[in-house]
Ligand binder design. Structure first.
Ligand code: ADP
Ligand code: CIR
Length: 344
């Protein structure tokens, strides 16, 4: 099927719109990866949703090389990561410098750190087949069912959950919502809800989402602001899971993810934090956030609004910085935000 150059509205601010020149489009428009993933599929989310921040999704690891003339500048813009850079991992919780202060406990409602992972040698969610998705669910849930101690728990397929249980898990911030229009246009909602589900321990401090935007989202979370405890639990969980599953990793791009914003560490370390005064002064709020490489989200996840002066603050950089640095970015930024909030 032939496609013509997309028609972006004049106020479009997505990175897709910024970097998809006519020349790049012409160079890439007839290419497809060995899994049959095309440029048209890679850009469809940003074409259908001109309000995207980014607007592209990879269908497999090969998408990042085949469509590099489009993906490389997007990756550089978002992460400040050059084509010649190499990603390095450091997941050692002992190297995180935090002080568990009273202020942290007063302002921070809850802490959550997640990493995205995808199984090596399989297409990513946008290009995966229905059978491959079911195979992922089977393999991952089996591996998780073998975990012990604090990490031991149960897998709940989405199809087996009642509407009430599902809605309560979403409301309590444990479970993903049904994929939105961004994921829909990326092909990530195909065959929904089959093959999707959530594993969690009894306390819901360790959770794994299966087959949402990435094949795994491994999550550690708890109430309050003890960031080190959350990071330490996540490190333990990821190390255990890696004993039985091999994840897609490239020397250049780190862990391979569907969305280029998640490459590298694929880590988002966040707090829900009470900052009502800064919330009334978004310009100041955003300037501190940007200085500390932070992203501000609403409390019901990406593209949601803040409620009651509580915000979701997380590291924006994930590639070219280690896991320790991602969490350190978040912690240092949160300390600065609390100091400013108190001064207002
Ligand atoms: P992701 O972190 O995977 O990018 P979202 O932004 O969609 O995804 O958030 C997923 C869910 O996690 C949402 O319900 C959101 O409210 C919840 N969440 C994120 N950070 C925290 C936190 N620090 N405390 C409690 N819930 C959180
Ligand atoms: C977008 O482009 O807005 C969506 N596809 C989501 C992008 C990833 N999220 C993010 O950077 N916050």
């Amino acid at each position: 099927m032939s496609h013509t150059f997309p028609n972006f509205p004049t106020d479009c601010k997505s990175l897709l719109c910024k970097y998809l020149s006519i020349e790049v489009f012409e160079e890439l428009k007839d290419k497809q990866t060995s899994n049959g993933y095309t440029l048209h599929q890679a850009i469809n989310s940003g074409v259908k949703n001109p309000d995207s921040g980014i607007g592209v999704y990879a269908g497999d690891e090969e998408s990042y090389t085949l469509f590099a003339p489009l993906f490389d500048p997007i990756i550089k813009d978002y992460h400040g990561f050059e084509k010649s850079d190499i990603h390095k991992s450091n997941f050692n919780p002992d190297e995180l410098k935090t002080v568990d202060s009273e202020q942290m406990q007063e302002y921070v409602v809850s802490t959550r750190i997640r990493v995205g992972r995808n199984i090596s040698d399989l297409p990513l969610g946008s290009a995966i087949t229905q059978q491959q998705r079911l195979d992922v669910e089977h393999k991952v849930s089996q591996a998780l069912n073998n975990l012990n101690g604090e990490l031991s728990g149960r897998y709940y397929p989405l199809q087996g959950l009642s509407d009430n249980d599902r809605d309560q898990l979403i409301k309590d911030h444990f479970l993903f919502k049904q994929g939105d229009r961004f994921l829909e246009a990326a092909g990530l909602n195909r065959n929904w809800p089959e093959g999707r589900g959530i594993f969690h321990n009894d306390d819901k401090t360790f959770l794994v989402w299966i087959n949402e935007e990435d094949q795994l989202r491994i999550i550690s979370m708890q109430m309050g602001g003890d960031i080190k405890a959350v990071f330490t639990r996540l490190h333990k969980a990821v190390s255990e899971i890696e004993k039985s599953i091999s994840f897609a990793y490239s020397k250049h791009l780190g862990y391979i993810s569907s969305c280029p914003t998640n490459l590298g560490t694929a880590m988002r370390a966040s707090v829900h934090i009470k900052l009502p005064k800064l919330g009334d002064n978004m310009e100041l709020f955003e300037s501190i956030a940007s200085k500390h490489h932070l992203q501000i989200r609403g409390t019901s996840g990406e593209h949601s609004q803040s409620k009651g002066g509580i915000y979701d603050i997380s590291n924006a950089r994930r590639l070219g910085v280690s896991e320790v640095q991602c969490v350190q970015d978040m912690y240092d930024g949160v300390v600065a935000l609390i100091a400013k909030e108190r001064s207002l």
